[in-house]
Ligand binder design. Structure first.
Ligand code: NOJ
Ligand code: CA
Length: 698
């Protein structure tokens, strides 16, 4: 329901609000009488507030410089900051711009996720559209559309450009000025490992160039914010660069010609988003990013199926199998049948098999051009494997490692998806292993060009892959992807992605993920959307407890990951024999669903601990996941999310009294208790530990 108000009423309302809550620096005189916009400039700052009235965004021009600020409970969370775009050739849009028109609307609707953390998403916001125009040319300028929700806001530029004209964006001057005493959690941007870094905890002043989501705790009574973007389509991804102290500036990844974004005709940018929450968990309990994306364009997506999977995978990472051919080749028909049988017997939907196709021999990291996506190694009979899968009621999960050679993949992908469609493969994991900035594309002249994983070309590449896959009812799970900006709403076959320092780093040990990793990811990377983290390692110390090649968590934490780190597809990443040897804890992995009716982050502190509960979609059971950092702690968890008056059998998997991630990670205690919504559960978590609970409704 969109309610339109008259412009005059809005301006009056805005002016009143501005007078009451917002102080902005005085502007210099308006454009002179000769200006084509003389007399049209809106002098009062334009304000839009959240439905609950606590959050406001203010837009104005300071002497021709477009500005905005964001306030929560009357205090700045973003103090006056810049807006604008700069071009290689056309005139810039960052100075001599004045607001000349505005419009507000509001919405209060709900919509359904075909799969997700919850079924029903509420979208309640107030919207302001401000038109900034150039003082010398009224046809030049941009509109800023801002939507303010109770839990944050997003704004984007909508730039009118005459048909047939081109714009080469070299810089976006959007900035985010924050209180200097803020504490921040971030990963470096621009370094070789893309998004796969351990999170840093630093004062704002020590941020260099950071990826988003970028999370901060402000000095304002601990208010938390997270800066990110929504609906990154046909544009270049935004990094945050601290140049002036306390001011993060948007930095767009350049293409090989030095231009960040090429646009023909009028265009809109992705939304720049600022989540704001009183408590850290409020950042997680928000659908802001999804609400700012366009609805599903694929129509009926009942063919997109959440579920759990195993894989011929961990063996390669711990060096007991190889991707390439030879005596230890993992992807053999024989191994495949064994894994498919294990999957069928234990309720898994699919088996990922990597290393099945020609191209892995030698230095595959640097030889993406050699990959075939339709030819198997001779010891992998793909027809026999998929026939066997069909008889067992499970699926082969496809794999396309591109080693970042975009052109080699684009040339073959239609044929590759045709093959998978014919064989009944409905999910494909793709991979873009290449250093950041080093994706390879062969241009129209046959020249090699290098692209960022989050540059405009790569952003569009992912959409092309999704569309080609959707035409064959195939879902895609890219590793080394572009970051998630909520496009799963528009393309529900974007079933998951990596873009996180996942479990594999524990196999490689350089170094392994620290004990705080889960409690950090929940408040940072996971704000973007699902992650294919690949949880569930049971043999945590495969090279001994003191080796860097190990998992720095307890066994109970591995179970908690299935609830804390959301993904509609979840791997049980360990070797089948490690599950067979540990049937009791394995039962939780067998039971836990991957699709949810509702999800709530109950308690937590960034990088310290997190407690999340989720209700099974279409069912009455609830699940809880809790994780702590290197500190042992006992959490007190009221179970008031359960249905009142109903009894539940709580199947609890928690750290035993002597558990510790380093010395005693396998001490797991499994017990069943009867609980209800009035119960307050004490959950002791060991150092590096966690807990997982299934609440079976009685
Ligand atoms: C890196 C991915 O993250 C991992 O899951 C995969 O096994 C390798 N690339 C090979 O494709
Ligand atoms: Ca990876």
């Amino acid at each position: 329901m969109i309610a339109r108000q008259s412009r005059a009423a809005i301006r009056l309302g805005a002016a009143l609000l501005a007078l009451s809550v917002v102080a902005v620096p005085a502007s210099r005189a308006e454009p002179g009488p000769d200006s084509p916009i003389a007399g049209e400039v809106i002098e009062a700052p334009l304000v839009v507030t959240s439905p609950d009235g606590r959050l406001s965004a203010v837009f104005w021009s300071e002497g021709g410089l477009p500005r905005y600020r964001v306030q929560f409970d009357g205090e700045d969370v973003i103090s006056p900051s810049m807006l604008g775009l700069r071009f290689a050739v056309a005139g810039n849009l960052d100075t001599r711009l004045w607001p000349v028109d505005s419009e507000t609307t509001s919405a209060n609707t709900q919509w359904e996720l075909p799969w997700g953390e919850r079924r029903v998403v509420h979208d309640q916001h107030n919207e302001l559209l401000v038109s900034y125009r150039h003082e010398r040319d009224a046809s030049r300028g941009f509109d800023v559309r801002v939507r303010v929700f109770d839990e944050g806001l997003g704004f984007r530029y909508e730039v009118p450009v005459p048909d047939g004209e081109h714009r080469a964006i070299v810089d976006e001057v959007t900035s985010f000025a924050m209180p200097q005493e803020s504490e921040t959690w971030w990963t470096p941007a621009g370094d070789y490992n893309r998004y796969e870094y351990v999170y840093r905890t630093t004062p704002l002043i020590d941020v260099d160039t950071a990826h988003t989501p970028f999370t901060a705790r402000l000095p304002n009574e601990g208010v938390h914010i997270a800066i990110h973007e929504a609906a990154l389509v046909d544009y270049s991804g935004m990094r945050l660069d601290q140049q002036r102290e306390g001011v993060l500036t948007a930095e767009l990844a350049p293409g090989p010609d030095g231009i960040a974004v090429h646009k023909n005709g009028s265009f809109t940018t992705p939304w720049r988003t600022i989540q704001v929450a009183e408590e850290a968990v409020g950042l997680i309990n928000s659908d802001l990013i999804l609400n700012l994306n366009e609805p599903n364009v694929l129509g009926d997506v009942s063919w997109v199926e959440p579920g759990k999977y195993i894989g011929i995978w961990w063996g390669m990472h711990i060096n007991t199998m190889t991707w390439g051919s030879g005596p230890e080749h993992g992807a053999t028909t024989e191994n495949a049948i064994e894994y498919l049988d294990f999957a069928a017997e234990n309720g898994f939907a699919g088996v990922l098999i990597e290393g099945w196709n020609i191209g892995w021999d030698g230095d595959w990291f640097n030889n993406g051009a050699l990959f075939s996506f339709t030819e198997s190694y001779p010891d992998f009979d793909i027809e026999a494997v998929t026939d066997h899968a069909r008889t067992r009621g499970v699926r082969l999960i496809g794999h396309h490692e591109t080693s970042g050679h975009l052109t080699n993949y684009e040339t073959q992908m239609e044929d590759a998806f045709d093959l998978y469609e014919r064989l009944g493969v409905t999910q494909v994991k793709t991979g873009y292993v290449a250093d950041a900035g080093n994706l390879l594309r062969i241009d129209e002249n046959g020249e090699e060009r290098h692209e960022w994983h989050y540059g405009q070309y790569a952003v569009n590449h992912h959409i092309r892959v999704l569309e080609a896959a959707a035409a064959r009812h195939i879902s895609i799970n890219p590793h080394e992807p572009v970051k998630d900006t909520g496009l799963r709403r528009t393309y529900p076959n974007w079933i998951s992605r990596e873009g996180v320092r996942g479990q594999e780093f524990n196999a490689w040990g350089n170094p392994p993920n620290p004990p705080e990793h889960t409690a950090m990811l929940a408040f940072t990377r996971m704000l973007a959307g699902p992650a294919d983290f690949t949880p569930g390692i049971f043999d945590l110390t495969f090279n001994g407890p003191d080796s860097p090649n190990r998992v720095q968590t307890t066994l109970a934490r591995q179970l908690a990951l299935y609830v804390v780190l959301y993904s509609p597809i979840q791997m049980a990443a360990d070797l089948p024999e490690n599950y067979t040897a540990n049937p009791e804890p394995f039962q939780f992995i067998r039971d836990v669903p991957t699709d949810w009716e509702e999800s709530i982050a109950l308690q937590g502190a960034v990088g310290d601990f997190i407690v999340t509960v989720r209700q099974e979609r279409g069912g009455a059971d609830w699940y809880l996941g809790a994780a702590t950092d290197e500190e042992a702690r006992t959490l007190s968890v009221p179970l008031d999310f359960l249905e009142a008056g109903r009894a539940y059998a709580a199947e609890i998997y928690r750290d035993g009294p002597d558990a510790h991630w380093h010395d005693n990670p396998y001490d797991v205690l499994i017990e069943t208790r009867t609980v209800d919504a009035d119960t307050v559960l004490d959950l002791p978590l060991a150092a590096g530990g966690g807990a997982a609970i299934r609440f079976v409704a009685e």
